[in-house]
Design a protein around this ligand. Structure first.
Ligand code: WTA
Length: 656
């Protein structure tokens, strides 16, 4: 049986899936040769390539220099000397040609959907820009968002970039403690939040919770509150808190706000993300390079057509939502969907219902969603007409071949290519991906680098890895949407991304390239874990556990999980005299939820008197990872000061 499964999985792995003739003929890039030719051009003569692409955007003033890279200073610049505005490119420039086309469809969890044409979106963005102006927001000021998936989030972000204000969106599922850290780090002037978020038909207070941290956020001058639910009594502090609807609908606010001419390299936004150590880092993205790259990847990776209805299911609190719900689609003049709810409420066919309702043609989601919905069976899919779909996408973690096949056969009915897109918060846009009309797909492989991306696999010593040999994924040269720095922390920028292989961008992902040049991403090599496609740092979860009064030490490692991809497994030692039980487990989980957010709660907590350590006192996480995964062979334990602990930990391991 096992042998048969292996043979099947190998043959699935090596099987290739070609796009249909019709798909190929209608695609922007129609053959592998065409992709290769353009790719070569983009690598051999990048400035020429990017200058040509940049002509597709609207500029107030064209650039003097396409790109520059000062390796010693780690300073990369794109389209220097140019002046442009992201909001203008996402809205104003479409008004003549597609003013009445739907720009944004908002599907609430329950209730009536809202649609905004380009004209309508432009108007409300302008009005909100004027509100921000009224409160003194200027170019360079930071504006923080802590919101559920409601249209005001998209509107607010576009209003910020219209003025050159720098937005910092904090995922609504993070705790208010996390929000506080991010507001303080970025010294945000304004916070935009909601009085409630909706979950499974219930209103959950948001603004009232946020109040607890506002006293510590000295930089904040105003809090703008969207009224998402009427059934919540919302406390509003006089002079500080204002209602979004009252401000935006006020008679004194103008329908038009001129988009500011912004320097190409001016920061567009900060997005905090987890790293190996310490607090999350503020990834800073630029204006022109970011816009250029999200525009172009959206066009080619999703093979964008004017009549497409595009749906990316990510939350805007993550980079995927920034780049492929908001900026990439709108810069192309596309119709983009924003969904407030979850895939399983009220039933596990919610996503397929939406695809059917809006005749979605391009659908972009995460493998964890595919696996979760596969579990409910085909019957939920078959209730709906999915014939509008022509292309599927995957992002956030490696997609296992079985999930790939289900996605391909059951959702795509065998006719939709799947673009498995590899990228990161730091990369701004998709870096490794098949172009769907040009590449034969291999399930589980992200295929080839996008135009202008010089990706390589390096060994520990910095040599190019051989075909089939695993190594570190690096990008040899900057691309337009590379992060520019870590907010207020250039040292961390250098140490995290450019120290391991000087001058090259280090991704922290493991990868191998097969004999045909296909890239196979193997996952993080550092202490970052993707849990249900959400990026978390084990070090941060450890920090949260240790901040609880009863914990002495904690080690958190990923363990394989059928649906989530990875789950968190924590080994915890308690203060003398304390013993762990069910109550303490739930208290610790809640504590992590309070410190970071519910998504970071460990699935398993195992108490132990000791952790395996080297003689110099370093916790051996490698061994703990093997134990959590239920491996018999946990590797070399010779260097441990306390090897006997391994046996005990193995015996007491908590299976999923
Ligand atoms: C992982 C999400 C395999 C990877 C856009 C990366 C993937 C991390 C893929 C970044 C993929 C993302 N195949 N792994 N197609 N896409 N990853 O910053 O480990 O939330 O480093 O950005 O997700 O996560 P982030």
């Amino acid at each position: 049986m096992i042998k048969k499964r292996i043979i099947e999985s190998v043959s699935k792995k090596s099987k290739r899936f070609s796009p249909s003739k019709i798909f190929r003929e209608n695609a922007h890039i129609k053959s592998f040769e065409e992709y290769l030719k353009l790719y070569q051009e983009s690598i051999e003569n990048p400035d020429l390539f990017w200058a040509k692409q940049a002509e597709e955007l609207d500029w107030f003033k064209k650039w003097d220099k396409v790109s520059s890279w000062k390796k010693t200073k780690l300073e990369c610049k794109w389209f220097e000397g140019g002046k442009i505005n992201i909001s203008y490119n996402c809205l104003d420039r479409h008004l003549d040609s597609r003013g009445n086309k739907t720009a944004l469809i908002w599907e609430p969890e329950v209730g009536k959907a809202k649609k905004y044409t380009y004209k309508e979106l432009h108007k409300v963005v302008c009005r909100f820009s004027n509100v921000l102006k009224k409160y003194g927001v200027k170019k360079g000021d930071r504006v923080c968002f802590y919101m559920p998936m409601i249209p005001e989030l998209t509107i607010g972000m576009l209003a910020c970039v219209r003025l050159g204000a720098i937005h910092s969106v904090v995922f609504g599922g993070f705790s208010i403690e996390s929000l506080k850290d991010r507001i303080i780090d970025s010294k945000a002037k304004i916070l935009i939040t909601s009085n409630a978020s909706l979950r499974k038909g219930k209103s959950i207070p948001m603004k009232n919770n946020v109040d607890a941290i506002l006293g510590d956020c000295k930089s904040l001058k105003k809090v703008v509150v969207v009224k998402r639910a009427d059934d919540i009594d919302t406390f509003m502090k006089k002079g500080r808190d204002v209602w979004w609807h009252k401000e935006v609908d006020s008679n004194n606010i103008d329908d038009f706000c001129k988009a500011k001419e912004i320097d190409s390299e001016h920061p567009a936004f900060i997005l905090y993300t987890s790293g190996t150590t310490g607090k999350p880092k503020g990834v800073v993205h630029s204006t022109a390079g970011y816009l250029m790259y999200t525009y172009l990847t959206f066009k080619y990776v999703f093979d964008y057509k004017e009549e497409d209805i595009f749906w990316c299911t990510a939350d805007i609190g993550w980079i995927t939502g920034h780049s492929y719900i908001v900026y990439g689609p709108l810069a192309n003049g596309a119709t983009t969907i924003m969904f407030e709810g979850v895939p399983t409420y009220p039933n596990p066919d919610r996503y397929w219902e939406i695809v059917d309702k809006y005749k979605v043609s391009v659908f972009y989601t995460a493998p964890t969603v595919v696996r979760a919905l596969e579990r409910f069976g085909k019957k939920w899919v078959e209730k709906h007409d999915l014939s509008s779909l022509r292309l599927l996408g995957s992002v956030g973690e490696p997609i296992n071949p079985d999930a790939w096949m289900w996605y391909h056969q059951v959702i795509g009915k065998g006719k939709c290519p799947i673009v498995d897109t590899w990228w990161q918060t730091e990369t701004g846009g998709i870096l490794i991906t098949p172009l769907p009309g040009a590449v034969d797909l291999k399930p589980g492989s992200a295929c080839f680098p996008f135009f202008g991306v010089k990706a390589s696999v390096l060994t520990e010593e910095g040599q190019k890895a051989k075909k089939g040999e695993g190594g570190y994924l690096v990008i040899e040269k900057p691309w337009p949407s590379m992060l520019r720095t870590v907010y207020k922390n250039p040292k961390r920028f250098k140490d995290t991304y450019f120290n391991k292989f000087p001058g090259m961008y280090f991704t922290n992902d493991g990868v191998k390239c097969d004999e045909d040049g296909y890239f196979w991403i193997m996952g993080r090599m550092d202490d970052v874990v993707n849990v249900s496609g959400h990026r978390l740092s084990t070090a941060e979860v450890e920090g949260a556990l240790v901040s609880h009064g009863s914990v002495t030490e904690a080690a958190v490692v990923p363990m394989p999980h059928k649906i989530k991809g990875s789950a968190l497994y924590a080994f915890v030692t308690l203060k003398k005299g304390l013993s762990g039980g069910i109550d303490l487990i739930s208290e610790l989980r809640n504590h992590v939820g309070f410190e970071i957010g519910p998504i970071a709660k460990p699935d398993r907590i195992q108490f132990t008197n000791e952790l395996p350590k080297t003689r110099s006192g370093k916790i051996m996480r490698r061994i703990l990872k093997a134990i959590a995964a239920g491996k018999e062979d946990v590797g070399n334990t010779m260097t441990l000061a306390n090897p006997e602990v391994v046996k005990k930990l193995k015996k007491e391991r908590l299976p999923l």
